[in-house]
Design a protein around this ligand. Structure first.
Ligand SMILES: Nc1ncnc2c1ncn2[C@@H]1O[C@H](COP(=O)(O)OP(=O)(O)O)[C@@H](O)[C@H]1O
Ligand SMILES: [Mg+2]
Length: 573
């Protein structure tokens, strides 16, 4: 560790021997002759000293000048950041006016006491360094706790946990393992009293190495007391290992050297800490590796002396890491809960949007249906009635010219037309009335197919299986409308001789297929589907939409000369 050392004396010549000894030990020492100069200097350099990487400032002050400087010390220094040594040439009383100075060494520097003096000084440096480190850690710890509890992003949180752990313990590397469920890999935890380990795995989620640039893929392993991380979770206790290559053979856990041998790393000291939340659930393990003698050291493992910079973890690391791991566990649990909640919210939003879209589609389907009915009336009965008027006009003329036989002929035609118009109107009404499905889907389809056969002279057959009594109205009406539209198309386009409708119902779904042996068409041909909008009927496109509204699936198979078959599956819940 490097030190800044200052000496204040009125006559440096007198102390050349002391300065010599000090410089040998601490390097060049800044020399001042007046308190003012010294203070001016310290005001400049102090802000640049950070307690975690430089030791305490060493102030060597000649006794008579002590009084002038001691009253300023509090202003510039925290008690842990400096060591004061007062010295004198002639024997004097100890510095009574220095009571407020927390640590100082009073020495006359006699020749034979040099070693003793230096070892006292070393001791004091060690203590102060340790103290300021603890202070730093406590402050750091508080900050870490605050940040951890506010971080909601799980990955960032894990990163923060590992970085904080490394910095709090001066570790070279570290890894976090989390408990996950065997079945789906979801985050989980274990509680020693209640959970068996069979349905849980340990997942390596993140690692950091301050000396080596390695990116490790995550992996999952079963629980076992043979691994250090597994042992930590299963025992629920932290584990301190002084040398991973020298673990007592009688212990169940061993260090896995595969990482070391593939990278040239050398794992030595290990601290493995269970992440326990406030209810003693263990959510994972923080494993720290190679405590460094000095915090900011980067270790070159190819160096022979590399292991000298690694020290063992102590009780203090254990204590501080246990508290950090506890905080981390709680923060992690919160972040995962938050994530779960967020996912739920997203799902809910998505469902809501789907419902809105569905609502719009239903509205549009209604509108389309009304347009279809309007068109059907316009093209069918309305057209026929106009024709009737023309025919009656003709009758009237025949009667005026007394051609009664021609008039009678026209009247016959009119009667025929009135009947067929009445039938058209009945069909339209029948399709419009929801009550037509009251006798059940199968009987409605049978009626519809019979009427179709009669109208078109196309042979139509119906095969059914299963129970149609529990089908809800909106599903039955979807099936009916699709069959109806298929029949319309067959009548209009197919030139078919035979139509077969096959309907089967079971607990979970309705399946139906409408097949014709007509001329078929090229389903890849675009444009064809668009035309349906103009002509009436909801067309093939409308079929897709309606099936979609009830979460069903439709597939249309056809090819020129090969007939057409439309298959639909609709789930029943
Ligand atoms: N059963 C079928 N046999 C032969 N061609 C068909 C059949 N069903 C549909 N088509 C063809 O697909 C096209 C699109 O059908 P559709 O969307 O119902 O519109 P539209 O019936 O108004 O023409 C039809 O114009 C026709 O060429
Ligand atoms: Mg059509």
């Amino acid at each position: 560790m490097k030190h800044s050392a200052l000496i204040l004396s009125e006559n440096h010549e007198t102390y050349s021997r002391l300065i010599n000894i000090l410089e040998k030990r601490f390097g060049t020492i800044e020399k001042y002759q007046s308190s003012d100069d010294l203070l001016k200097y310290t005001a400049q350099i102090l802000p640049r000293l950070s307690p975690e990487d430089s030791g305490p400032l060493l102030l060597f002050i000649e006794y008579p000048l002590l009084a002038g400087i001691s009253k300023h010390l509090d202003r510039y220094f925290s008690p842990t950041s400096y060591i004061l040594v007062s010295f004198y040439t002639v024997c004097m009383l100890p510095a009574a006016d220095c009571k407020n100075v927390s640590a100082y060494i009073n020495t006359a520097m006699p020749e034979q006491e040099t070693d003793f003096f230096l070892s006292r000084l070393e001791n004091e440096i060690y203590n102060k360094t340790r103290l300021s480190m603890l202070q730093f850690e406590a402050m750091n710890f508080y900050e870490i706790g605050k940040t951890l509890s506010s971080e909601k992003d799980t990955l960032k949180l894990l990163d923060m946990i590992i970085s904080s752990s490394l910095s709090l313990t001066s570790s070279d590397a570290g890894t976090i393992y989390l408990v996950v469920e065997r079945e789906n890999g979801n985050w989980s935890y274990v509680n020693n009293n209640t959970v068996s380990y069979d349905n849980r795995l340990l997942k390596f989620v993140i690692s950091k190495n301050t000396s080596m640039d390695v990116k490790l893929e995550t992996f999952i392993m079963p629980f076992s007391k043979n691994s250090i991380s597994g042992y930590t979770v299963m025992s629920g206790k932290s584990l301190r290992i002084d040398d991973a290559y020298n673990i007592d053979a009688g212990l169940s856990y061993k260090h896995d050297r595969s990482f070391d041998s593939s990278t040239g790393y050398r794992t030595k000291s290990i601290l493995s800490i269970p992440m326990k939340d406030n209810e003693n659930n263990i959510m994972g393990v923080i494993q720290l590796i190679n405590k460094k003698r000095f915090r900011n050291l980067s270790i070159d493992y190819s160096d022979e002396g590399a292991l000298d910079s690694i020290i063992t973890y102590d009780q203090n690391d254990d204590l501080i890491m246990n508290s950090l791991a506890g905080q981390a566990a709680v923060a992690l649990k919160n972040s995962l809960l938050y994530r779960g909640m967020n996912n739920l919210l997203q799902e809910y939003k998505q469902q809501n949007n789907q419902l809105i879209a569905l609502g719009k589609k239903i509205l549009k389907a209604h509108e389309d249906e009304r347009k279809r009915v309007a068109r059907e009336i316009h093209d069918g009965p309305a057209q026929s009635v106009v024709n009737l008027a023309l025919k009656l006009e003709l009758c009237k003329r025949y009667i005026q010219i007394s051609d009664y036989s021609k008039a009678a002929g026209e009247i016959d035609a009119v009667i025929g037309n009135v009947r067929s118009t009445a039938r058209e109107i009945r069909t339209i009404i029948y399709d419009l009335k929801p009550s037509h499905l009251e006798d059940g889907l199968v009987s409605s389809l049978r009626n519809r197919l019979e009427a179709f056969s009669e109208d078109t002279e196309i042979n139509a057959t119906l095969e059914t299986s299963g129970d149609d009594s529990k089908i809800e109205y909106y599903i039955a009406s979807t099936v009916y409308n699709i069959v109806q539209e298929a029949l319309n198309n067959i009548q209009k386009h197919a030139l078919a001789h035979n139509v077969n409708v096959n309907l089967s119902v079971n607990e979970s779904e309705i399946t139906f297929i409408i097949r014709d042996d007509g001329k078929g068409f090229d389903i890849s041909q675009p444009g064809q589907r668009k035309s349906s909008r103009l002509k009436g009927g909801f067309g093939l496109e409308g079929m897709h939409e309606r099936v979609g509204l009830v979460q069903g699936k439709i597939s249309i198979e056809s090819a020129p000369g090969k007939g057409t078959s439309i298959s639909v599956v609709i789930p029943l819940q």
